[in-house]
Structure formats: structure tokens, C-alpha cells
Design a protein around this ligand. Structure first.
Ligand SMILES: Cc1cc2nc3c(=O)[nH]c(=O)nc-3n(C[C@H](O)[C@H](O)[C@H](O)COP(=O)(O)OP(=O)(O)OC[C@H]3O[C@@H](n4cnc5c(N)ncnc54)[C@H](O)[C@@H]3O)c2cc1C
Length: 291
């Protein structure tokens, strides 16, 4: 895992200049919890690492009007303990608290979790349900992209970490009649990749008896984090419990396309568990919205 230079920029601007200088041979490193193992296994090669982990500009969690802006350099530990996130985007706090182990949560960042582009990354799933947007800077300026459209395939996002920096993630803070929740199934509670994870965001009608809107995100049931849009459609306008929910869970299990993995679980098991995990997450999100 050889690299010739390890650079510590003092600002985002300087980091971009450093990346530009190496013309594709340098790469951003944040917590290094994904990248260092990849370099060790020679899955990636770089001449130079540009370490953005000391940039305070990337470490804030702020409420701007009704939008929450989470800096890409925010660690999972910070996310899961933030009062603002716990109150206004609980699914994200829950997802972050499920990552790896305390050591990984103190080092790993939400930006790295997104750019590493795994279909069941534990912050990507709640952020997908929250309909987050990504703020990315490069030599051409800043672009805002829907998180969902950032994913290409497992391990590949549209953020070119040799020339661009994911700066922040933005999403709407949840209101009084809205609730969110995250669920995860894994072989162990710590240091175990998810067999399945799910995040739900619900908006209830005035008297809290029906779904005005629902967003359901699942992983790993496709090559990228997945929105179960047909199941969402089946829930819109329907009572928060009863037959419509049962039908929607069946729809979700049908539209999800999990794969068998000899180390984790079979496709059939995962399909069944989609219903179980989503049902629990839905119930918790509804309770939070009624809250
Ligand atoms: C033992 C272990 C257990 C783990 N368990 C889990 C788990 O349970 N759930 C889970 O979701 N993940 C898990 N991970 C994966 C990893 O910890 C997370 O994905 C973490 O959030 C990555 O963040 P990082 O800051 O360490 O990224 P890095 O390793 O620094 O970077 C990852 C990738 O993103 C790029 N990058 C990082 N930040 C930026 C940025 N701001 N702009 C542009 N590009 C950027 C890098 O170039 C690299 O390609 C685990 C990893 C380990 C080693």
C-alpha cells in the first residue's frame, strides 16, 4: 500500500488545488476506514493522499431554516449523538450508531460512507429515505445532486475523489407529524455487515390515522441503496395499520431484489426479512410521528 505523498490541506480550496496538481493520481482520505484496507489489498492505487479529516469546514451539523446540513467530515459518533439529528432525523442517528464498532464510529465519516458507495451503507439508507441531496465541490464550482443519483454500482459513486470533494449532505428537518426510523439485521450487534437494513420516513395526516406520505429505503437489495417506490405508492393515503400495510409489505418484498450470499443470508431469507424489518421500522416511525 505505497503512496509517495500524504498531504494535509488547511482548507477545502487548498485540498482541491492539491488534487488538481496530481491530475488523477491523488485521492481524498477522511477517516481511512474504507480506503486504507482497500490500499492494503491493492484494490486501489494512489500516488498521493489528501487528508481532509482536520478541516473544520466539513465537521458541522447545522439547522438552516428547515434544512439540516451535515458536513461530510462528520463522524458516525458525532452524528449518532447529535441532539438535532436524534430529534429531527432519528433514522440517521440510529443508522450511524449501527456502524462497525466505537473505534470505527470515531474515525469513519458520513462522507466516506457515501462515496464508498456500498448498497447497504448504514448512513446511506436513512439518508436515502430522508431524500437527501449532496453538495459537491470541484474545479468547476459547486453542484447539488440528489443522493440517490450519486450511486453507480457497488463501490462506485459519481463523486470523483481524485478531483472533487463531497462537502455536505442536506435534507429537510422532520416536522411534528413526521417520524423516521432505522432497522438492521446482522449476525452480531457489532462489527457485522448488515444482512439487511431499512429506513422509513412517514408523514401522517391531520388526525394521525393515515399515511400522507412515506419513503422506504432498503439495502442490500439492489446494486445501490434502494427506494421501494411501489410499496410507498401502496401506502400513500392508506390507514397506518391494517390490510393496506400488509399488502405494501408484500409489494416491497417483491420489488426488492436481494442476492444470496453464502456468508450472510440467502435471497429467500432476505425477501422474508424485508417484510419483518419494514413492518417494525414503519411502526416505530408512525409512533414517532404521533409523538
Ligand atoms: C471493521 C470495519 C467495520 C465497518 N462496519 C461498517 C458498518 O457496520 N456499516 C457501514 O456502513 N460501514 C462500515 N464500515 C465501512 C466504513 O467504516 C464506513 O464506510 C465509513 O463511513 C467510511 O468513512 P471514512 O471517513 O473512513 O472514509 P475513507 O476510508 O477515508 O474514504 C472512503 C472513500 O470515500 C472517499 N472520500 C471520503 N471522504 C470524501 C469526501 N468528503 N469527498 C470525496 N471523497 C471522499 C475516499 O477517497 C474513499 O474512496 C466498516 C469498516 C471497517 C474497517
Amino acid at each position: 500500500m505505497k503512496w509517495k505523498k500524504y498531504l494535509l490541506p488547511a482548507s477545502i480550496e487548498e485540498a482541491l488545488e492539491m488534487l488538481a496538481e496530481y491530475q488523477g493520481q491523488a485521492r481524498v482520505i477522511a477517516g481511512g476506514t474504507d480506503l486504507i484496507p482497500q490500499l492494503k489489498k491493492r484494490e486501489r492505487k494512489v500516488e498521493c493522499l489528501v487528508d481532509i479529516s482536520r478541516l473544520d469546514e466539513l465537521k458541522g451539523i447545522e439547522l438552516q431554516g428547515d434544512v439540516i446540513r451535515v458536513g461530510a467530515g462528520v463522524t458516525h459518533q458525532h452524528l449518532s449523538s447529535s441532539d438535532l439529528i436524534r430529534e429531527k432525523a432519528a433514522a440517521l442517528a440510529e443508522g450511524a450508531s449501527a456502524v462497525g464498532s466505537p473505534q470505527i464510529r470515531y474515525m469513519g465519516t458520513v462522507g466516506g460512507n457515501i462515496v464508498n458507495a456500498q448498497p447497504a451503507a448504514d448512513t446511506a439508507i436513512p439518508l436515502t429515505a430522508l431524500d437527501a441531496q449532496a453538495e459537491i465541490v470541484g474545479s468547476q464550482g459547486t453542484r447539488l445532486e440528489l443522493l440517490e443519483s450519486l450511486y453507480v454500482r457497488p463501490g462506485e459513486s459519481t463523486v470523483n475523489a481524485s478531483a472533487e470533494i463531497l462537502v455536505a449532505l442536506r435534507f429537510r428537518a422532520l416536522d411534528g407529524n413526521e417520524g423516521s426510523s432505522f432497522g438492521r439485521l446482522a449476525k452480531r450487534r457489532a462489527l457485522s455487515l448488515p444482512i439487511l437494513n431499512a429506513a422509513v420516513v412517514t408523514t401522517l395526516n391531520g388526525d394521525g390515522t393515515a399515511f400522507e406520505d412515506v419513503r422506504l429505503a432498503l439495502g442490500p437489495v439492489a446494486l445501490t441503496p434502494f427506494r421501494a417506490r411501489k410499496a410507498e405508492e401502496a401506502l400513500r393515503g392508506k390507514a397506518v395499520e391494517g390490510e393496506a400495510v400488509e399488502r405494501a409489505l408484500e409489494v416491497a418484498a417483491q420489488e426488492a431484489q436481494p442476492r444470496s450470499n453464502p456468508l450472510r443470508a440467502s435471497r429467500e431469507y432476505r425477501e422474508e426479512m424485508v417484510k419483518v424489518l419494514l413492518r417494525r421500522a414503519l411502526e416505530r416511525a408512525v409512533r414517532a410521528a404521533e409523538g
